[in-house]
Ligand binder design. Structure first.
Ligand SMILES: NC(=O)c1ccc[n+]([C@@H]2O[C@H](COP(=O)([O-])OP(=O)(O)OC[C@H]3O[C@@H](n4cnc5c(N)ncnc54)[C@H](OP(=O)(O)O)[C@@H]3O)[C@@H](O)[C@H]2O)c1
Length: 360
């Protein structure tokens, strides 16, 4: 049997799998202070969660209808969690949930629409349970070559970053109530291979100059990484952790907006080698969401089930940019945010009372 990754390494073909985050010219070193796992690029989501019992836990996975999100939902449910899976279409979420054995529940979420985000978070809060795992997985990659705006903001940034920024904010109260709440942000290597020189062009969020689909995608994925970095700092001292990750390069529906020819190229590259299977692609998300090794690991970036520090010319660990991004994101979404001085225990109490009175 051919080892796909080894084969590609030898043939030098990995450099061409750059579209969604292939990597050359960067070095990664193991992050100091984070326990190493025995898992790697070949591990699957089932393998990394083997023996972990998630019974009684509540998880949310955004973008559960295909690719990595579906596999993440399937495996978390298989391990006993109740998993709320979201899609822009309730019908599609229902169909995905019915394909996953175990306890799953569909919800509608359009990340480019703040009302939809608030409604979805409110519906999840009504589940009356602490939220243990929140996987911000849904992602958008455009293919038209022209900038599109959502509320005046470039679409990749709006969906991949700002949408999840508001969603996390609305669910933080429930995460506080978990014994150990975990926020898992699915980013991409594109965060350092494709992002603009400045990292995030905070003066160009309306995409008035220099637009390119992959550059905009890379910028939004860097925003995912910096979001987790800043969350990790802000949540220090609480029991909530936040980490970001690159899942690998996987032939999913992420290329749905690309031209047919690019889709064929992507399919060929991922199937010939260098790419992961979907089962492998969901491994890092499931590992970060559940591993007992990571109870107090926060603000880190993972690839192939281990925390890595990316060296060289990039903004992956840029704390001042993360802080600035947070401030700008807050200003852009202010009308949809709730403030968190602490856990909203009153809210939780009210929900528990409601459930009790319904049962009586
Ligand atoms: N595949 C790769 O090689 C690769 C590499 C690096 C990073 N990633 C990241 O991995 C994550 C999962 O991607 P995937 O590869 O599994 O792609 P996928 O098969 O296209 O899945 C993306 C999911 O996101 C949801 N989604 C898309 N736009 C949305 C929006 N506006 N609002 C709410 N949900 C939306 C989709 O749900 P509906 O269409 O049902 O609404 C779908 O379930 C993404 O964040 C992606 O950036 C993927």
């Amino acid at each position: 049997m051919i080892d796909r990754r080894a084969f590609l390494k030898q043939s030098g073909a990995t450099a061409t799998v750059a579209t969604l985050g292939g990597c050359s010219g960067y070095e990664k070193i193991a992050t100091v202070g984070v326990p190493r796992s025995d898992f790697d690029a070949d591990s699957t989501a089932e393998e990394v969660t083997e023996g972990i019992d998630l019974s009684g836990k509540l998880a949310v996975v955004t973008g559960c209808t295909s690719g990595i999100g579906f596999e993440t939902m399937r495996v978390l449910a298989q391990r006993g969690a109740l998993v709320v899976g979201t899609s822009r279409s309730l019908e599609k979420a229902r169909a995905a949930c019915s394909r996953a054995p175990g306890l799953t529940s569909p919800a509608e979420l359009e990340l480019s629409d703040y009302e939809s985000i608030v409604n979805c978070a409110n519906a999840i809060r009504m589940v009356n349970m602490p939220l243990d795992i929140l996987v911000c997985n849904a992602g958008y990659l455009g293919g038209s070559g022209k900038p599109e705006l959502v509320n005046g903001v470039e679409k990749h940034f709006a969906i991949n970053h700002l949408g999840h920024y508001v969603f996390v904010n609305r669910l933080l109260g429930r995460l506080y109530m978990s014994w150990q709440g975990r926020i898992v942000v699915v980013a991409s290597r594109a965060a350092y291979t494709r992002a603009p020189e400045a990292g995030i062009e905070l003066d160009n969020l309306g995409a008035t100059y220099g637009y390119d689909d992959l550059r905009a995608y890379g910028q939004s994925k860097l925003a995912n990484v910096l979001f987790a970095l800043q969350l990790g700092r802000l949540l220090r001292g609480t029991r909530i952790t936040a980490n970001a990750l690159h899942p690998g390069v996987i032939n999913t529906e992420i290329d749905r907006n690309m031209s047919r020819i690019k889709q064929v190229g992507f399919a060929l590259l991922t199937s010939l080698g260098g790419g992961k299977t979907i089962e492998e692609g969901a491994a890092t998300s499931c590992f970060v969401a559940t591993s007992p090794l990571l109870g107090s690991t926060s603000g880190r970036y993972f690839e192939d089930c281990n925390a890595v520090t990316v060296t060289g010319n990039n903004h992956m660990h840029d704390e001042s940019l993360a802080e600035e991004l947070w401030r700008v994101s807050e200003n852009l979404t202010r009308d949809y945010l709730v403030s968190h001085d602490g856990p909203d225990l009153n809210d939780y109490e009210r929900a528990m009372q409601k459930r009790k009175s319904r049962q009586e």
